[in-house]
Design a protein around this ligand. Sequence first.
Ligand code: SF4
Length: 237
Amino acid sequence: MPDFPEILDDTIHLFEEMKRAGTTHVNVAAETYESLSHPPAANDPLCALREQALTCTQCRDLAKARTHVVFGVGDPHADLMFIGEAPGRDEDLKGEPFVGRAGQLLTKIIQAMGLTRHEVYIANVLKCRPPDNRTPEPDETENCLPYLLRQIELIQPKVLVALGATAMKALLDVQLGITKIRGNWYTFHGTPMMPTFHPAYLLRNPKAKREVWEDMQAVVKKLGREIPPASRRASTG
Ligand code: SF4
C-alpha cells in the first residue's frame, strides 16, 4: 500500500496532466474535501485507512472517472462481513456499496438472516467503479486488495461471505468456478468464508436465490444465531 508522500506525488502528477490537457477546475466531492481538511484519526485505524483510500490514485483511469471512492459501510466490529466485486453506477454516485438493485436484494437477504445493514460490514474488492461495470483488471485488483485485506484485519469478522467469482478469486486460491464452490466452507487467514452467488447474478437468475438462501442459513448457524421464524416460514411456505 502506498504511503502518504507517494499518494501526494501521484495526485500532483495527475493534476499536472489534467492541467496540460486543458482542465481548469476539478469537482471534489464534499466527503473527499472534508477528508482532506482533517488529518486521519490517529486512534482509529479503519478511519485512517478510509481517509487514505479516498485520495488514492493508484489506478489512474478509475481515479479519474470516479465520483466517489466506495470504501465500505457498516459496523467496524461486525461479526459478519460481505465482500462484493466493485462499485456500480449507483454506488459510485452515492459513495456506498450495494445501494442499487443488487444492493437492495442484498439488504433483503441480510434482513431475512435476522440482521440489518448496520450490524454487518459490506465492502468490495475494488473501491472505485470500473467503466461500464466491467470486471476488474488483474492490476486493479492487485492495487486495491491491500485495502480490503487491512479492512478484514481491522474488523476481524467471525465469518466472511464472498459474493461472486471476483471476491472469491481475490481471496481464495481456488481454480473452480463459483457454481462449483458455493455452499462450501473455506478459510481465509483463519476466518471461515462462505462463497456464494453475487446478488446481481440473482437478479438475472432468480432460481439461484434458493441456493444463496441455503448458504446464508449455514452462515447464520456458523455465527451461532437463529434464522427468524418469519424467514423460516417464508422459505418453507
Ligand atoms: S480502485 Fe483501489 S487502488 Fe485503484 S484507485 Fe481506487 S482505491 Fe486506489
